[in-house]
Design a protein around this ligand. Structure first.
Ligand code: ATP
Length: 341
């Protein structure tokens, strides 16, 4: 059991600053998700924790001990990759046995541990098969079983669900949360998929351009994004962001008269003739359970509104009045992108 601290953790590859001075405290037994777009540096953070990369500067501590110079095998972490990396010529049982053999445990103990991990991941009836005889989801469970079997202090996962189809991803998400609850182990999980982050994490750490943008519970990151980058990245469709002066929203805007970026989520806006934001409907998309109305507002900016399928909505090309819900409007500094109080 161990918490994890990253202190000013930095990794430079030639001319790329992949990880830029990240400070992060991860509590013992926490489920922390590192979330960000492709190339933001999240896998590199995980590899630095695992010891597969050496920091350019800063430190990684596990259980209160700096481990920069500790061999990956001695860090008490286990990592599951997107590719699973199973040995094709070994059976499922032999694959799960690999980390146990290297610990030189007696055969009987190893068999018990393999059986327990297989039970936990519901693959007990597959122990005699080879990876080629398994589905993608089953292979992924074998990789997880191999990682949990030696009870690491920290469990690192790099996009472990990305090879699964949509239905299996939903199921496996729930299983991972359950597994985390049962194992009492710290999980650090990398993904670019905000749904995975929102549904599984105790806290989400949003990374963009190598920098930690925000860390907090999923609801906080969604409801109070720290900057426009986070506001744009979390939420589908993302938060609407329009640059405007407070006079456009006299009832809700900050009072000092400066230009701000006004943000509101697609579900936090009403279509009403009295709306202070005037626009024109460009396109209505019907998704069955909801409709998305895409509008253009003065200045050429685009705004998306989420509407119940039964609600009346204007047609393409019609003018529209929009009233973002007071109390659900966000303001950001146009030059720094930072959230304004
Ligand atoms: P993805 O979701 O696509 O895997 P990521 O957020 O995990 O992306 P990283 O793999 O951490 O991103 O890469 C961060 C940056 O560092 C990228 O610009 C990448 O090209 C660069 N990078 C990563 N590994 C190396 C390396 N070994 N040598 C040079 N550059 C690297």
């Amino acid at each position: 059991m161990a918490g994890l601290q990253l202190d000013a953790l930095t990794k430079r590859f030639d001319d790329t600053l992949a990880v830029d001075a990240i400070d992060l405290d991860i509590a013992d037994q926490e489920f922390l998700v590192l979330l960000g777009p492709s190339g933001c540096g999240k896998s590199t953070v995980l590899r630095l924790i695992a010891g597969l990369e050496y920091p350019s500067s800063g430190t990684v501590s596990i259980g209160g001990r700096i481990v920069n110079d500790v061999d990956p095998a001695k860090r008490d972490v286990a990592m599951v990759f997107q590719s699973y990396a199973l040995y094709p010529h070994k059976t499922v049982a032999q694959n799960i046995d690999v980390p146990l053999r290297s610990q030189k445990l007696p055969k009987e103990t190893r068999s018990e541990m393999i059986a327990e991990a297989a039970r936990a991941l519901d693959i007990a009836d597959l122990l005699g098969r080879k990876p080629a005889q398994l589905s993608g989801g089953q292979r992924q469970r074998v990789a997880l079983a191999r990682a949990i079997v030696r009870r690491p202090a920290v469990f690192l996962m790099d996009e472990p669900l990305s090879n699964l189809d949509a239905a299996l991803r939903v199921q496996t998400r729930a299983e991972l949360v359950d597994l985390h609850d049962r194992l009492d182990t710290t999980f650090v999980y990398v993904t670019h998929d905000q749904v995975e982050a929102m549904t599984m994490a105790d806290r989400v750490a949003v990374i963009q351009e190598g920098k930690l943008q925000q860390v907090g519970p999923p609801s906080e990151v969604y409801d109070e994004p720290a900057n426009t980058m986070v506001a744009r990245f979390i939420g589908t469709p993302p938060m609407n962001l329009i640059t405007g002066s407070p006079t456009k929203a006299p009832e809700v805007a900050p009072t000092d008269g400066r230009e701000v970026v006004v943000g509101f989520r697609p579900e936090h806006v009403a279509i009403t003739p009295d709306g202070w934001l005037r626009g024109k409907v460009l396109l209505v998309e019907s998704l069955g359970h909801e409709r998305l109305v895409h509008c253009e507002v003065p200045g050429g900016e685009r705004v998306t509104i989420r509407v119940d399928p039964d609600d009346a909505i204007p047609h393409d090309g019609e003018p529209i009045g929009l009233a973002p819900t007071p109390g659900r409007i966000h303001w950001f500094d146009p030059s720094t992108g930072r959230r304004l109080p």
